[in-house]
Design a protein around this ligand. Structure first.
Ligand SMILES: Nc1ncnc2c1ncn2[C@@H]1O[C@H](COP(=O)(O)OP(=O)(O)OP(=O)(O)O)[C@@H](O)[C@H]1O
Ligand SMILES: [Mg+2]
Length: 351
């Protein structure tokens, strides 16, 4: 099949990080071409898609009755299949349309959380194929994150990666291209926002919106006491009067609010370390634990993890893009890295 090989070299194969909060796209030979919120706005009367990505994110919590802003992924897995497919189609076509019409549809490397069910994994494959991919390769997200963070995953040496996203936290110890010990929690950045909403309701009788809670977390959120105190104004509805209300909260308030989620993440890291063979533990002590995902940016989380585990902790460069850069490195070097991809149904069928 000389023709298909020739065409194959023209096609822009892509890597996708389909996240609960953010979807990122990498094009072979080009780098990251899209980084947008995983949100789709739909007109429920006409079933028409009004906006996808950041455009749709702006509408969350602000839609009139006939418009819904849907987040098609929950806790790292697809919860709305059709909308996920539409979102993937939008991203794939955006990349594909810029190339010549005769170029074959792209092959796609896409991340899935570690430890998802067969059904959840199949849903990602099917959505990617229906959205226009010619072939789909699956990769475990912690593996992609470790590759993106340039950890030596194929060596006989232990690396620990902790990917704290919006919906899931994935902790994995990797050696010789495989996951040796791991934990996957459905607690991450979104849960911290929920914690803040809960805290404001309980302590101040204040009802906050989801986006406001996230802004508060970004502005003053921390896992470990800060060198400099911070204050933030929390704006929402007074649950007693029903009217608008503003409360000034400190970094300490927010630290207390999110601490249940933070502690669960720490526990997951500790139990994973407890299950790690001693030789690999020694490697991790030398190399340190590496944090990726948006949650890695929470102030002082590295310090708290380091103090509670007695291990060095590093935050990966640009932690929000580790997974997609990992899928990109796999695309660029598929021969060396193909063994770490997961077997997929469609791979067999379309070959
Ligand atoms: N500076 C910051 N401080 C604290 N949290 C942050 C910061 N920046 C981003 N986040 C959080 O990171 C999360 C998004 O991270 P990321 O894009 O890695 O998640 P995702 O890949 O979409 O989700 P998942 O991997 O769980 O499917 C959000 O919950 C966001 O609030
Ligand atoms: Mg993620």
């Amino acid at each position: 099949m000389v023709l298909s090989r020739l065409l194959g070299s023209f096609s822009h194969d892509i890597g996708i990080d389909l996240g609960t909060c953010n979807t990122l796209v990498y094009v072979k030979g080009k780098g990251i071409v899209a980084k947008e919120s995983s949100v789709v706005a739909i007109n429920t009367k006409t079933k028409q898609i009004l906006a996808i990505g950041d455009e749709a994110q702006k509408m969350v919590g602000r839609t009139p009755a006939h418009i819904v802003a849907i987040k098609p992924l929950t806790d790292g897995v697809i919860s709305d299949f059709e909308v996920t497919e539409e979102m993937l189609r939008y991203f794939i076509e955006k990349v594909h349309r810029k190339t010549f019409a005769f170029v074959p549809r792209p092959r796609v490397v896409i991340g899935i959380p570690y430890g998802v069910t067969e059904v959840e994994r199949r849903a990602v494959e099917e959505a990617t194929i229906s959205a226009g991919a010619r072939q789909v390769f699956l990769i475990e997200e912690p593996m992609a994150a470790a590759i993106g963070a340039r950890l030596p995953i194929q060596e006989a040496s232990g690396s620990m990666i902790v990917d704290i996203g919006g919906g899931t936290t994935e902790v994995a110890v990797i050696s010789l291209g495989g996951i040796v010990a791991s934990r996957s929690l459905r607690i991450a950045g979104n849960e911290m926002n929920e914690d803040i909403i809960e805290f404001a309701r309980e302590h101040f009788n204040l009802l906050l919106g989801e986006r406001t809670a996230e802004e508060i977390k970004m502005a003053v959120g921390s896992a470990y006491p800060l060198a400099e105190k911070k204050k933030v104004k929390m704006k929402g509805r007074d649950l007693v009067t029903g009217l608008p209300k503003e409360i000034s909260a400190s970094d300490e308030h927010i630290r207390t609010a999110i601490s249940p989620s933070v502690m669960q993440i720490i526990d997951a890291i500790k139990t994973t370390l407890e299950e790690t063979p001693p030789e690999l533990l020694a490697d991790i002590m030398d190399r340190g634990i590496v944090l990726t995902g948006g949650g890695a940016l929470l102030r002082g989380l590295d310090t708290l993890i380091s103090k509670t585990t007695d291990t060095k902790v590093y935050i990966a460069d640009d932690p929000l893009t580790s997974v997609v850069r990992g899928t990109g490195l796999v695309l660029e070097d598929i021969e060396t890295l193909k063994d770490i991809l997961l077997p997929s149904e469609y791979q067999r069928i379309s070959r």
